[in-house]
Design a protein. Structure first.
Length: 85
C-alpha cells in the first residue's frame, strides 16, 4: 500500500459516525490537495470494514458511488448514522 493510500485510509478511519467529508477534504487532510479523484478511486476499491468509506461524499453534496450496494445503500447507512444529507 502506498504512503498516500495509507494516509487517505487513516483520515477516513477517523471520520466520526454521523459526519461526512468530501473526497476533496480527505485529499487535503491527507496532504495531497489536488488528489480528490485518487481518493475516490481508493474508496471505490475499499472492502475493509474498518474504513468507513460510505462517509466520503462529493463536494457538491452528492453521495458518489459505494461499492457495497450503490448510492441508495450509502444513503441508508448515512441516514441511520444520523448524517444530515
Amino acid at each position: 500500500m502506498s504512503e498516500f493510500t495509507t494516509k487517505v485510509k487513516d483520515v477516513v478511519r477517523k471520520i466520526p459516525k454521523g459526519k461526512t467529508m468530501s473526497y476533496k477534504e480527505v485529499a487535503i487532510a491527507s496532504g495531497y490537495p489536488k488528489s480528490s479523484r485518487a481518493v475516490a478511486n481508493i474508496m471505490a476499491k475499499n472492502f475493509d470494514s474498518d474504513i468507513p468509506c460510505h462517509r466520503v461524499i462529493r463536494s457538491d453534496g452528492g453521495l458518489g458511488g459505494y461499492n457495497r450496494g450503490g448510492e441508495s445503500a450509502k444513503k441508508i447507512i448515512l441516514q441511520s448514522e444520523g448524517a444530515i444529507l
